[in-house]
Design a protein around this ligand. Structure first.
Ligand SMILES: Cc1cc2nc3c(=O)[nH]c(=O)nc-3n(C[C@H](O)[C@H](O)[C@H](O)COP(=O)(O)OP(=O)(O)OC[C@H]3O[C@@H](n4cnc5c(N)ncnc54)[C@H](O)[C@@H]3O)c2cc1C
Length: 334
């Protein structure tokens, strides 16, 4: 197979993308390419747990999305962070290890009619990728802990390092109010009060790029690509035609046809980088113009509102003056 041919092209090296890349490239006969719009995860704040405060709202690591203005929020728009770097959101999130409720999985199985969504069916997959600290010394863990958790997988789960008296007091108060203390939020039942376990390793964030991508990178059948130098991210927009997977379309509109062997070929990728940059510059300029236009429109509507207020004030002044004049006339007549 030629170097530029792939069986799988994964768009987005985020949380799911890194895991997928690892699992798909485990088959040495399949060639896998992973494309990411953001930059590598070599930004220091990604790796220091408290650094998510500096990654959220930062164009280096966050797409900087905002919600639509909401009437219920007095017209405000809220930040909607999403990770834009290797590891995606797992590079900027709160690191809380939380699988979710068993009954939700069972509900999804019912809704989709797909039995594989059931909690019992997904549990072995959770266990397979786990490397749970409480099983580092399995003999010290509760007897049935290994029924729910795994060890030796890529996804490290550690004990929360943070501990505050006020949090302990709050947990005790919650327990008095009837919420049981729990040391495990991943048994399929989230009820209870306690400290979350986290995706960290020895005090560092453990994102999916470290967990799943690093091992995959050692494989000859795997390649990842991202935007290493430019300020603007590369956006790879895959397209399929209605019947079959026929081509992948990049942001520049060029088509990357399947090879006669049915694999994706992507040899024009590098050649067209300069074109991508130019297109991107034009788009950035257009985006800037649109922002200016939006600001202009906002100013106009602001001025219109001020005008309205002013004319209301003038009307009030006029009627006040009229009242004073009438009063004066009345007084003069007396
Ligand atoms: C601030 C924050 C805190 C959170 N806290 C927690 C927590 O504590 N615990 C928890 O369990 N969950 C948490 N979450 C949620 C969790 O992290 C996400 O649900 C999960 O990581 C999403 O994974 P994903 O693979 O769907 O997407 P992502 O991880 O977002 O991956 C998408 C990837 O695709 C890339 N991409 C997008 N478009 C393109 C394109 N056109 N071309 C190429 N690449 C592209 C992005 O840059 C990104 O890397 C949090 C999320 C956020 C944002």
């Amino acid at each position: 197979m030629a170097d530029n041919e792939y069986d799988y092209i994964i768009v987005g090296a985020g949380t799911a993308g890194c895991l997928l890349a690892n699992r798909l490239s485990a088959d040495a006969n399949k060639r896998v390419l992973l494309l990411e719009a953001g930059k590598p995860d070599n930004y220091p704040w990604i790796h220091i747990p408290v650094g998510y405060l500096y990654c959220i709202g930062n164009p280096r690591t966050d797409w900087l999305y905002q919600t639509e203005a909401d009437v219920g929020l007095n017209g405000r728009r809220l930040r909607y962070p999403r990770g834009k770097t290797l590891g995606g959101c797992s590079s900027i999130n709160g690191m809380i290890y939380m699988r979710g409720q068993a009954r939700d999985y069972d509900h999804w199985a019912k809704l989709t009619g797909n039995h594989e969504w059931c909690w019992d069916q997904v549990l072995p997959d959770f266990k397979a990728h786990e490397n749970h600290y409480r099983l580092d010394h399995a003999e010290q863990a509760p007897a049935d802990f290994a029924d729910l958790h795994g060890h030796g997988g890529e996804w490290r789960i550690e004990k929360q390092r943070l501990r505050w008296d006020i949090l302990d007091a709050f947990a005790d108060a919650a327990a008095q109010a009837g919420f049981a203390h729990t040391a495990d939020f991943n048994s399929g039942d989230n009820a209870g009060v306690g400290y979350f376990e986290v995706n960290q390793r020895q005090g560092w964030r453990w994102n999916t790029a470290k967990a799943f991508l690093r091992p995959a990178k050692k494989r000859n059948n795997f390649k990842s690509d991202y935007w290493p130098t430019g300020d603007q991210p590369a956006l790879w927009n895959p397209r399929v035609d209605s019947a079959n997977l026929h081509f992948i379309e990049a942001e520049d509109g060029l088509l990357y046809p399947l090879t006669p062997t049915g694999r994706f070929t992507i040899d024009r990728l590098r050649l067209n980088r300069s074109l991508l940059v130019n297109n991107r510059k034009q788009r950035a300029q257009r985006a800037h113009e649109l922002i200016l236009l939006q600001r202009y429109n906002e100013m106009v509507s602001l001025l219109e509102n001020v005008n309205k207020e002013m004319s209301l004030l003038m009307d009030e002044q006029r009627s006040l003056l009229k009242e004073q004049r009438d009063l004066l006339r009345l007084l003069l007549r007396q």
